[in-house]
Ligand binder design. Structure first.
Ligand code: FAD
Length: 378
């Protein structure tokens, strides 16, 4: 007997969107989630100091996709949040991405005009028509001095590889501003959910057609699931095939060790996120969550992030070797019928939240060729 029409592995963005969409057209949906909570890496909670905190690193929503923006507004109210990041470099505090202020502070300049910044970049950058790796990509954008101060060691801490060992694409997209714009993102919609991401997911999954099974690893229960029409898998693609002993090669991922400190003081730092691009400390950044939404508390909590090799898989490592291995898994995945690999781990690709929403929405549209309320890509 069929208990469910749709089985979804993972209650992150990808799983939740597909569950919400299928439930809306009357399908019975089972979500299997190995963690003890929904919301995937967007999960947040109120900590012992009363501060809304993200368990898996600060999550800033930003998009130019009007359809995704309309969709996420169905499940939460949002408040505008223009994210800003500062960095401690050579004992100085500078804005990130690099802009006129960054160069003025680090190199004792007094530029006031875009033309002066353009001139400085032109004098410093080392042009590459087609950068072959991350190092060439950064040199091509900002030149050697900024590369050394802000990118070389940070990349090593983040990826355990120097920029020269990574695809150009990883660093090719770093924004460099020729003006004073110190916003981290320049997308049209930049906001945070008023009550947090977990509440947004609760609403997405509130349809009675959806059942969520927490603390359950799909591979331990798959034999007991009986018949269903479609399986959506949002976990790591290599694990799916390793489990079936089809392929063994390991895909590399980077993980993060989040080290929390609760402090008996009102504030620790002047901004939500402070990056540490240099070698002097091992962590990449410190996040003080109470800055998001200007939360009030007599105490504060900070989280230091150390990027590490082992642990939960967060970031696919983009180099040729991993892409070759992924291609083999993808070829296996394409042979399967009614099994769909969705999201960042299953596609071995870094997705921002809006891209994860868009991919899952598009997959639903593609498979069902209908939608109760069409979510257009705009
Ligand atoms: C540290 C960090 C910071 C980020 N910051 C931002 C940001 O500021 N802005 C932004 O736009 N994006 C950000 N992102 C990206 C964002 O987290 C992703 O876009 C989003 O989480 C993708 O959703 P997903 O559903 O594909 O994957 P996930 O959220 O990873 O969900 C997959 C789920 O599947 C579950 N699962 C896996 N295997 C199994 C199994 N065998 N059985 C049962 N369950 C399983 C996992 O436990 C997980 O809950 C960040 C990501 C990280 C790692």
């Amino acid at each position: 007997m069929k208990n469910f029409d749709i089985v979804i592995v993972g209650a992150g963005i990808s799983g939740a969107v597909l569950a919400e969409r299928y439930a809306a057209i009357g399908k019975k949906v089972l979500i299997i989630e190995k963690r003890d909570h929904i919301a995937g890496n967007c999960y947040d909670f109120v900590d012992e100091n009363g501060i809304l905190t993200s368990q898996y690193g600060a999550h800033l929503f930003h998009t130019n996709d009007g359809g995704v923006w309309e969709y996420v507004n169905r499940f939460s109210e949002w408040y505008p949040w223009q994210h800003r990041v500062i960095a401690r470099v050579d004992g100085k505090t500078v804005p990130i991405p690099v802009n006129i202020t960054t160069v003025n502070i680090l190199f004792n300049k007094n530029f006031t005009k875009e033309a002066e910044m353009q001139q400085w970049l032109a004098e410093n950058r080392i042009p590459f028509d087609e950068p072959r790796n991350g190092e060439e990509a950064v040199l091509n954008k900002v030149g050697e001095v900024l590369y050394e101060k802000m990118f070389r060691h940070y990349t090593k801490k983040q990826w355990d590889k120097y920029p020269a060992e990574l695809h150009a694409s990883v660093l090719d997209r770093i924004p460099v501003r020729e003006n004073f714009d110190d916003r981290y993102f320049s997308d049209r919609y930049q906001a945070l959910p008023k009550a947090g991401y977990t509440k947004l997911f609760e609403k997405m999954l509130s349809n009675p057609n959806i059942m969520v099974l927490l603390n359950t690893d799909y591979f331990e229960v798959e034999d007991q699931l009986g018949d269903y029409d479609k399986l959506f898998y949002t976990g790591p693609i290599d694990r799916f095939f390793n489990f079936r002993k089809k392929l063994k090669e390991k895909l590399e991922y980077r993980s993060i060790n989040f080290v929390t400190e609760h402090l008996d003081q009102e504030y620790f730092q002047e901004n939500s996120v402070v990056n540490y691009p240099g070698e002097e400390v091992e962590y990449t950044r410190i996040v003080e969550y109470k800055h998001f939404g200007n939360q009030q508390s007599a105490k504060t909590s900070i989280v230091k992030e150390y990027t590490v090799d082992h642990g939960e898989p967060y970031y696919p490592v983009p180099n040729d070797k991993n892409q070759e291995i992924y291609a083999k898994y993808k070829a296996e995945a394409d042979k399967l019928t009614d099994v769909y690999f969705v999201g960042r781990l299953a596609n071995y690709k870094y997705f921002n939240m809006d891209q994860a929403f868009r991919n899952a929405l598009d997959l639903f549209l593609q498979l069902e060729r209908r939608d109760t309320v069409r979510v257009a890509n705009s």
